[in-house]
Design a protein around this ligand. Structure first.
Ligand SMILES: C[S@@+](CC[C@H](N)C(=O)[O-])C[C@H]1O[C@@H](n2cnc3c(N)ncnc32)[C@H](O)[C@@H]1O
Length: 264
């Protein structure tokens, strides 16, 4: 079974996932609407977290369609949403109903996985030929220019810790190539970055995330308490503006038999 560093049973994880939904669902919905999601469709979300996007997908495809939401741990997802099926599964173990779904999506999942290439292959194999694929993952490029210097050092330590945990915070830039290599066609990719200040919802997201992981961060020896405290002070200061993640969204179509081998 795959291991996930932000276990759903950790204190604060429900609130952290709710913040993620509030901050990222509008962008995710925009990408799905652009790709096209219609009543009657069969959709799959992998790594659904609290299930907010899958509940939205279910509302789009109901009453004749069906949304399936997969996660290693469904304890924070709402059961009982019409047209939504929650399914506990590991995307590294294989495709979900191979070749079945009209639309397959995942957000902020692949960067946590030991083998993102296999997960991407299983995602694509879950879609019907010509079905829509929308994958959104982070790229932490913006933290490499964060100010002030102490915050940049905080991020250096954060990235060193994440590498030691097998988390790839720079996967965003490689997604188009990864999907292209799997035969995905009509690929389009875009990245967007929120600029946020101390006291904002993004700052609160980071406060919760860093607080939840603090024992692990300090134990790892990659990030000390002084830098963590300096970062948390900035997160409370409304005069501090910064950016952290470039969310990279890639749209494409699952391969069809008639697709010629060649550039995506
Ligand atoms: C960072 S959370 C993102 C949740 C949600 N997609 C969002 O953006 O709000 C990553 C989610 O992926 C799930 N996950 C991690 N590894 C997985 C795997 N191998 N198969 C299925 N889900 C997985 C975790 O349990 C967690 O809910």
């Amino acid at each position: 079974m795959s291991r996930y560093v932000l276990d759903h049973h950790q204190e604060g994880e429900r609130e952290r996932l709710a913040l993620m939904s509030g901050l990222l669902d509008p962008m995710h919905r925009r990408h799905l609407e652009r790709a096209g999601v219609a009543p009657g469709a069969r959709t799959l979300e992998v790594g659904c977290g609290n299930g907010s996007m899958s509940a939205w997908l279910a509302a789009q495809v109901a009453p004749s369609g069906r949304a399936v939401a997969v996660d290693l741990d469904l304890s924070l997802a709402d059961a009982g949403v019409p047209a939504l099926e929650l399914r506990q599964a590991d995307i590294l173990a294989g495709p979900v109903q191979p070749g079945d779904f009209d639309l397959v999506t995942c957000r902020a999942v692949l960067h946590h996985l030991a083998d993102p290439a296999t997960a991407a292959e299983n995602l694509v194999a879950s879609a019907r030929a010509g079905g829509t694929i929308v994958v959104i993952e982070p790229d932490f490029l913006p933290v490499t220019i964060a100010d002030p210097a102490e915050v940049r050092k905080f991020w250096d330590g954060w990235l060193a810790w994440s590498r030691s945990e097998g988390i790839d915070y720079f996967i965003g830039r490689r997604l188009p190539e990864l999907l292209c290599g799997l035969g995905v066609t009509d690929i389009e990719a875009v990245a967007e970055t929120a600029l946020f200040n101390g006291g904002s919802l993004w700052a609160e997201y980071w406060r919760l995330t860093v607080t939840e992981l603090r024992p692990q961060l300090e134990e790892s020896g990659k990030l000390g308490g002084r830098l963590i405290d300096a970062f948390l002070r900035q997160c409370a200061d409304p005069a501090w503006w910064s950016q952290a993640i470039a969310f990279t969204a890639v749209h494409g179509r699952a391969p069809r038999a008639e697709d010629a081998a060649g550039p995506c």
